[in-house]
Design a protein around this ligand. Structure first.
Ligand code: SAM
Length: 179
């Protein structure tokens, strides 16, 4: 299954930490790439590229100026558009259907920053909530990606996913060890 993330409306000053964390979560939970819209941010790209280089895997980050054009083009090629929003239906109810569809179609997960344009709700195939409480795109993304892949990012699969890593953690109870 190929999973892409669309991070809408990045604001360089305000969102730098949250967008960075969205990208780190996307990578750690086996997404293939993140595309961000809003303000172009070279240092965000640099940070994520450097993490990928050191910690392994093939995760990519890209910038796109026109979110609507991007969404429509992905819809046209058959991607399944899943928008995470607190206003949506409980994602657990749609999960089996999405997992089934993901065997044939790539998934594009859309997350917002500030107010998400109404058109995103209309273009998306699913508008789904991870609880109907306001919280964070970082949390919503982690939980959704984990459940979508039947929790494999938390299992042994995580050991083999990040190939050619320069840094690896040797898990232990005390202290921090890397190799
Ligand atoms: N009004 C927004 C909404 O539609 O969820 C809340 C803005 S929140 C600061 C930024 C992003 O976090 C949202 O665009 C959405 O992708 C994600 N988000 C926040 N709470 C969520 C929830 N309960 N379920 C799913 N996604 C959520």
């Amino acid at each position: 299954m190929k999973i892409s993330i669309l991070r809408l409306g990045h604001r360089k000053k305000r969102d730098v930490r949250v967008t960075t964390h969205c990208c780190l979560v996307a990578r750690a939970f086996f997404a293939n790439d993140v595309t961000f819209t809003g303000e172009f941010d070279e240092s965000l790209e640099k940070t994520i590229k450097s993490v990928s280089k050191n910690w392994g895997g093939k995760f990519k980050i890209k910038y796109e100026q026109n979110w609507k054009k991007f969404l429509l083009s992905r819809k046209k090629i058959g991607d399944l558009l899943v928008h995470l929003t607190m206003y949506g239906k409980n994602f657990l109810d749609s999960l089996p259907e999405i997992q089934k569809l993901s065997k044939k179609r790539n998934i594009l997960v859309i997350i917002g920053a500030e107010k998400v344009p109404g058109e995103v709700y209309r273009i998306s195939d699913f508008n789904l909530s991870v609880t109907n409480q306001p919280h964070s795109e970082v949390a919503a993304l982690a939980i959704f990606l984990n459940e979508l892949q039947s929790r494999s990012p938390l299992k042994n699969a995580a050991q083999t996913h990040f190939k050619s890593a320069k840094i690896k953690i040797i898990p232990g109870q005390k202290g921090s060890k890397t190799s």
